[in-house]
Design a protein around this ligand. Structure first.
Ligand code: PA5
Length: 544
């Protein structure tokens, strides 16, 4: 057979075996070669396992074809592949796979079970593209210690761990009252104004958008207010609702947040003008059970109130009335959401890293930091996950961005942002890793139609589903970023964007967050930094 490869050619292959003297690479079904250890790097290679691993896709240069298709000589160092050198981290130098398994096992066999996923797991963490330089299981002891700390409520900020057993402790009467109010809102209003900011709004928006998707056709429209000082935004909303029937759910734990209070004043006055005394019946207040301005205000006016528990902070409050009332009003089944929360609570009450994907994700975040990463980029391929990303950024940013520590949480939505941020991810400074959140089952799908003239030259996609095309975009990007760009990718698979999986997903992130931030020895539950701007702003506004 004629040799289809030539000297000097740069090709992609898969590493099929790693031996102390070199790595075997398959280039196609019938062509393979060897990267001898001397061809790995210009640096001294003490252990080849710091550079390559079995199962990995790799780009190599062919340097000698004279021994035929089964014995090509390949080189990594000839590519001057400097990014690969960055995979060696002096402080955390460890082989990419355990030594005992060298050459005898497939990658799948040597990686722990969560890579493939427990059969019953709702969220699967796939680390096979994470370019990890260490072993997750090495952190088991630290995870055991912190798990005991979370569940024993003995760590920093442990007064705010009410979410850990919320699935059991939530007030069932209040839950029923939420469902009744949600039904009433749907009957009385065309528009529900959800008035809140930060933790008092992002969770509800993340849920409603994730579960219903964009351009969802419902009788009730949800509009989010009280999350900005933008005069344009506030005035436009007031104008938009003037001829509509509205209800308002004002949400503020402190009851004193200026963005929220200011918007609520304008809305309240608009509603009082429109409905007179009947406006009382259309305003729902979610706040602290006694402290702050909002509770006495609501009692005086006679508004229906719901309680934000003392031991659950804003960014964890989507599972409380803060999230539940707007989510239920939007027509989403909050019983199902609570079922997902309950299942996740049980699944993640387990320190064993081989069985707890939330803790695996937590540990991997810290390992990424040790591998020199400063930024975690939440990647999704569905526009209806945009606000899940916003919610996630608050959860992680506000919880761990303290004492000059922590990963900066950023987000992108692909393929849209591949046409903008994609350039930096591919070729920019190697400061980030990607956490790709994939929903396996799309809400909607359709096939590409045929076109008899094919002027757009898209007939090659005829009959293919849009979701399949999106999946190929993901796969191509994964390869580009991981293999060519040397950017680690952690994949999180969520089976479906429904109420149950939303509940399950938020508990996954809560548990991962607590573990990950405690690993930094930081209090995950306070946010002292956000007070600084307020102090300055109040001075400028002339607040006494
Ligand atoms: O997570 C947090 O604590 C913050 O984002 C708050 O939720 C946000 O500042 C709103 O606060 P409040 O509910 O007191 O109005």
């Amino acid at each position: 057979m004629k040799n289809k490869f030539r000297n000097g050619q740069i090709v992609e292959g898969v590493i099929t075996g790693v031996q102390p003297y070199g790595a075997f690479v398959s280039l196609s079904e019938d062509v393979s070669g060897l990267i001898h250890i001397s061809e790995i790097s210009d640096d001294y290679v003490r252990d080849i396992n710091y550079y390559v691993r079995q199962g990995e896709k790799i780009i190599v240069k062919i340097i000698d074809t004279s021994d035929g298709n089964q014995h090509l000589r390949l080189s990594l160092k000839a590519l001057n592949y400097s990014s690969r050198k960055q995979r060696i981290n002096e402080e955390y130098k460890r082989p990419l796979v355990p030594k005992s398994n060298l050459g005898f096992s497939t990658l799948e066999q040597v990686l722990p079970t969560w890579v493939k996923g427990r059969k019953d797991a709702m969220i699967k963490v796939d680390l096979s593209h994470a370019l990890l330089e260490g072993n997750v299981l090495d952190y088991q002891e630290e995870v055991n210690r912190i798990h005991a700390m979370i569940h024993g409520k003995t760590g920093k900020g442990s007064d705010y761990l009410g979410w850990v057993d919320w699935a059991e402790t939530f007030d069932k009467d209040e839950f029923n009252r939420i469902k009744a109010s949600a039904k009433k809102i749907r009957e009385q209003a065309d528009v529900l104004l959800v008035c809140g900011i930060g933790g008092s709004y992002l969770g509800a928006r993340a849920a409603i958008e994730m579960i219903q998707g964009t351009y969802y056709n419902d009788d009730l429209e949800v509009i989010y207010v009280g999350n900005t000082f933008s005069s344009t935004s506030i005035v436009r909303i007031l104008d938009y609702i003037k001829d509509k029937d509205v209800a308002c759910n004002v949400i503020s734990k402190s009851g004193t947040t200026t963005e929220t209070s200011l918007a609520f004043r304008l809305i309240r006055q608009f509603m009082e003008e429109k409905y007179g005394d009947q406006s009382v019946d259309r305003i729902y207040v979610t706040t602290d059970k006694e402290t702050g301005l909002l509770k006495p205000f609501a009692d005086k006016k006679g508004y229906e109130t719901f309680v934000i528990p003392d031991d659950i902070g804003g960014r964890f409050s989507v599972i409380t009335p803060v999230g539940l009332l707007p989510i239920a009003a939007a027509g989403i089944d909050i019983d199902e959401m609570m079922n997902g929360i309950k299942k996740a609570t049980a699944d993640f009450n387990n320190p064993n890293l081989e069985e707890n994907p939330a803790y695996v994700y937590a540990v991997v975040r810290r390992m990424m930091e040790k591998q020199g990463k400063d930024v975690e980029m939440f990647v999704s391929y569905e526009p209806h996950l945009l606000f899940l990303a916003e919610w996630w950024k608050q959860l992680f940013g506000e919880s761990e961005g303290k004492e000059e520590k922590g990963l900066l949480p950023a987000s992108v939505n692909f393929s849209t942002d591949l046409h903008s941020m994609g350039q930096f991810v591919q070729d920019g400074k190697k400061i980030l890793f990607e956490t790709v959140v994939l929903v396996d089952e799309p809400m909607e799908d359709m096939n590409v139609p045929s076109d008899k003239d094919d002027l757009d030259e898209l007939n090659y996609l005829e009959g293919k589903s849009l979701h399949w095309i999106n999946e190929q975009a993901f796969k191509g990007t994964l390869e580009a970023h991981e293999v060519t760009g040397n950017v680690p990718n952690v994949l999180l698979h969520i089976p479906k964007a429904d109420a149950y999986n939303f509940g399950y997903t938020v508990m996954f992130f809560f548990k991962a967050l607590a573990m990950s931030v405690y690993m930094l020895d930081v209090n995950p539950f306070d946010q002292p930094g956000v007070e600084v701007y307020k102090k300055n702003m109040f001075r400028l506004l002339g607040k006494k």
